[in-house]
Design a protein around this ligand. Structure first.
Ligand code: OKP
Ligand code: ZN
Length: 348
């Protein structure tokens, strides 16, 4: 299986995020996550690691707002120019004000705009964030292009985009929750030019960015299975009554699950989601995979076993659709490599 990976993710290495009470908390989304997966892949006899091409800016701009992308690109430099005396060389950028009302405006000032584009304090920005996020999305873009090149109706062809930073919380014009560019959505949008696409997001957290991007489209079915946002990040989205709107009405589905969900309960909901996908009969599948569903994840609070991860992979692979698998979350760094191998082996 072709695996797209770039070492540029090291450029994004903030050491903390801000938790409730303004407390600096260790950030779980760190380079070792990708390294552990890469390491596990290099020990298999089926993974072919490829550095992605670095063209595809126009593909990103079909999914993200142009001013948002230039914000991500320039924010760090602009901030340093504004506050040279207060920040040291590798200080991390966070906004300090967020828009609240429905009628909010986009101000011109730097600090006002920052709150406009950043959703929360789990999206720290350092000098290399933009370049890392670009390389991350190029992994997904290359994975999608490879599928377009190789898939035949009788032979589903699968690739894996080892993306870091992840993407599914990034909306059309906002970052949040460790995500800056929505890797899976950019890839799905490329695939959608030659046929309908289903995106299945099995990360522990609701794929609210992906939901935002495709909410008014019927040519990309988006489904997310996740912890009930009433109790978990991203809190404000991911509820069952969000089903898409206008043209996209009926083409988004959320499956919020209880904290503590076990293998068997998960399979039931997954069966439902897979039936939806079957009925939609897409040409391509994009799977946003987060290993934070694993029982021993330090953030996630499901109880999915290793066998469960294998079963989930098997059932998705049984759709027999050409699939781009995109890495999202998963924070147990001792187990993330092994868990991804267990999952991916169903797709080789
Ligand atoms: C990103 B992905 C933990 C705070 C967690 C953000 C979580 C983002 C998850 N103290 N805040 O979907 O795995
Ligand atoms: Zn997650």
């Amino acid at each position: 299986m072709k695996v797209f990976y770039s070492d540029n993710h090291f450029l994004h290495n903030p050491t903390y995020e801000l938790a409730e009470g303004g407390v600096r908390e260790e950030i779980h989304e760190k380079p070792i996550r990708a390294l552990q997966i890469l390491h596990a892949l290099t020990k298999t006899d089926w993974a072919e690691i490829i550095t992605p091409d670095t063209d595809g800016l126009e593909s990103i701009l079909e999914v993200h707002d142009v001013e948002y992308l230039s914000f991500i690109k320039n924010v760090y430099r602009e901030w340093r120019e504004l506050s040279l005396q207060t920040s040291n060389e590798d200080a991390t950028f966070f906004p300090a004000i967020f828009p609240r009302q429905k009628w909010y405006k986009k101000p011109e000032s730097f600090f006002g705009r920052m709150g406009y584009y950043i959703s929360d304090l789990s999206a720290p920005i350092v000098s290399g964030t933009y370049d890392a996020a670009l390389s991350s999305v190029y992994c997904a873009v290359s994975g999608a292009k490879e599928i377009l090149k190789n898939s035949l109706p009788s032979f589903p062809y699968n690739t894996f985009a080892l993306c870091r930073p992840p993407g599914h919380h990034a909306g059309r014009a906002n970052c949040g929750g460790y995500c800056y560019i929505n890797n899976a959505s950019v890839a799905a949008n490329i695939l959608s030019k030659t046929g309908n696409v289903a995106i299945l997001d099995i990360d522990y957290h609701a794929g609210n960015g992906t939901q935002d991007i495709f909410f008014r489209r019927s040519d990309v079915l988006t489904i997310s299975i996740h912890a009930n946002p009433n109790h978990e990040y991203p809190y404000f989205s991911g509820y069952a009554d969000e089903i898409g709107e206008n043209e996209g009405s009926g083409f988004h589905r959320n499956y919020p699950l209880d904290v503590g969900t076990s293998d068997n309960k998960y399979y039931k909901v997954l069966e439902d989601a897979l039936t939806l996908i079957n009925n939609y009969s897409p040409k391509y599948l994009v799977v946003s995979v987060g290993m934070d569903i694993y029982s021993e994840d330090p953030i996630g609070r499901f109880k999915i076993s290793e066998n469960g991860i294998n079963q989930i992979g098997k059932r998705i692979a049984d759709l027999h659709l050409p699939a781009l698998i995109v890495m999202e979350g998963g924070y147990n760094t001792a187990q993330i490599g092994q868990n991804m191998i267990i999952f991916l082996e169903n797709f080789i």
